[in-house]
Design a protein. Sequence first.
Lengths: 125, 349
Amino acid sequence: MDKVLSGHRILIVEDEMLLLMTIEDVLADLGCESVVSASTVDSAVSLVEGQVFDAAVLDMTLNGTSSRAVADALAARGVPFVVATGNQDDIWDGFRDRAVVRKPFKYDKLVEILMRLLPGRSSDD
Amino acid sequence: MPKIPDKSDEQKDAEAKVESFKNKLGPFVVAADATRMAMVFTDARQPGNPIIFANDSFLSLTGYTREEVLGQSFNFLMVHAANAEALAKIEAEFQGESDGGSEIRYRRKDGSEFWAALFISPVRSEDGDIVQYFASFIDLTALKEEQAHSRQLIDELNHRVKNTLATVQSIVWQAFRTAPDAKAIQGAIEARLVALSRSHDLLNSKNWKSAGLLDLLNDALEPFVDGRAERIMITGENIGFPPQAALALSVAFNELATNAVKYGALSNDSGSILIEWKINPTAEGRRVNLHWLEKDGPLVIPPSRKGFGSRVIEHGLTDELGGTVHLDYQPSGLICTMSIPAPEGSANG
């Protein structure tokens, strides 16, 4: 399998454990060993503020709470992200132009979006 | 019911003016006065259909006194007096072009708003001219609140359905990734769907405020205990954990027990498990420190890569409980050490 995501550091913010693990596996299969995860708004925001990420996958709702604060923190640091949601609801104001994946996921689509978001990908991989 | 003030001279005057039609219509107007449905009569021959009669229910609904209402144009209660759509609906009610029941947003004297369904009928003189209109209002506040609440519940349910589908997708995905053959895939999917259904029950039981650690362990081990009860020793207080934390612990214990039955101390005839915990005060606050110690099982060979079960345990304990977990694959038996923040209100022990 192509290790198209090798060397990248990706944050997954998701409160459903099995889903989180599957995203981890999908990314690991593509060579992304540096996957960090968070399942609450607070822990996600402190990760974003304290570490460097190339991209993020952000669930819109964490245990019934909007994760908008995480989106703001990511945007403030210029970290590109894809919004994951099970709802047909509108994406938050100010983030309508962001890439969205609907649950259940099409993992191919998730990967395709992440690859598009990642900065400065070289063509030799 | 707010107190209705005494009638003023103006009111008496106004009532005198409608006395003639009261006389003509007799029992009908008496009924309008007494009914619990909010009603007004308007003068059809004046511009703006000024109100010439308002019953007590209308005054209760709107919070106005009778003097404040009489002589006002029919639309004086509208929240958006210039709302063309609402005005058109009201006009249609007056013209008899509606089946009745147009929903209009009105404002009470105290500024609060309410929705009302509006019904308007003409009152005709003997020669057929429309002299008055008779309008009744059904307060839709409770109905609207109920509708908004239902909408919220439906949204929440939709969200859960989508999340559950995504979880099922993960279960299938993981089973195909790790199980060696079709039968194992089927078994893995079944076991995890049953566990998913069980956690759904737990989180949705209304009276479920907390679950004791001892109860959680016994419950999680129950499917594995059969004939091995004396080989599992559990010592510790029945510390109560809130639902989300209890669920993560329950999943972790289930994974540990599954592992013990497949490869560990419960996979031969002589092995045993000791599970013990206590609460320790630490610099980061009070923590529950739990040890799961297996011994006398077959020689333990550490797994070459992190298995599904250990990942579930790690994610659950760290992401959902804010704790730490360490799996130590000693040759003599697995040692699992957990450290989790003690739930509020639990006693030291």
